[in-house]
Design a protein. Structure first.
Length: 195
């Protein structure tokens, strides 16, 4: 089995790579990282992205945008709650600020919104139905196990708190979300490719 490197080992590897980098690559890396920090502050509501970017010359702005783009695209996720919906809205608005082709960006956003609408509409109904089906299935399995051990079958309250249910539900959710995740990955790649 491969050993997972520690954070210190990964940091040392990055430092070693930086030692081999040209001054231009070091500068690019520095500003891309700064862009990531700007994106994080933007998502927290701490800065106006357009105003902040206007403070830099075009060369540096391009490197900053690389880092900003990475963070904004990474933060577009399936809308599981109000906070994620707000984060998606901010990330998408931020991408409109940094991208040069608003038509292409809006085209991809349209596809993403369709995924979001399906996920919160039809997908939510599918998840609820799967949850109830799994709940009944685990209830039956647990009752059968009790009977096999000579215990009278007793309805189990809060079967959804049972570890077996939790494990199975996690698998079912992953399976239900996999098609959404596949489309989201494709759309995020499309966003990354837009200048």
């Amino acid at each position: 089995m491969d050993r997972i490197p520690t954070a210190l080992e990964r940091a040392l590897e990055r430092v070693e790579k930086l030692g081999k980098a040209s001054p231009e690559e070091l500068k690019q890396s520095k500003y891309a990282e700064e862009g990531q920090k700007l994106a994080a502050r933007y998502l927290k509501g701490d800065l106006n992205l357009r105003t902040e970017l206007n403070e830099y010359d075009d060369e540096i702005k391009g490197w900053l945008i690389q880092g900003i783009q990475e963070i904004l695209i990474r933060n577009i996720e399936l809308p599981s709650d109000d906070a994620s919906k707000q984060q998606n809205r901010l990330a998408m608005e931020g991408l409109k600020v940094i991208k040069k082709d608003p038509g292409a960006v809006e085209n991809v956003f349209s596809k993403i919104r369709q995924i979001f609408n399906h996920y919160t509409g039809q997908g939510e109904l599918q998840r609820k139905e799967a949850f109830e089906n799994l709940k009944r299935e685990i209830q039956v399995k647990l009752s059968q196990a009790m009977q096999q051990q000579g215990m009278p079958p007793v309805p189990i309250q809060h079967v959804e708190a049972h570890p077996q249910f939790q494990m199975e539900w996690h698998k079912v959710q992953a399976q239900l979300d996999s098609q959404y995740d596949l489309h989201m990955k494709e759309y995020k790649e499309q966003l990354t490719a837009i200048p």
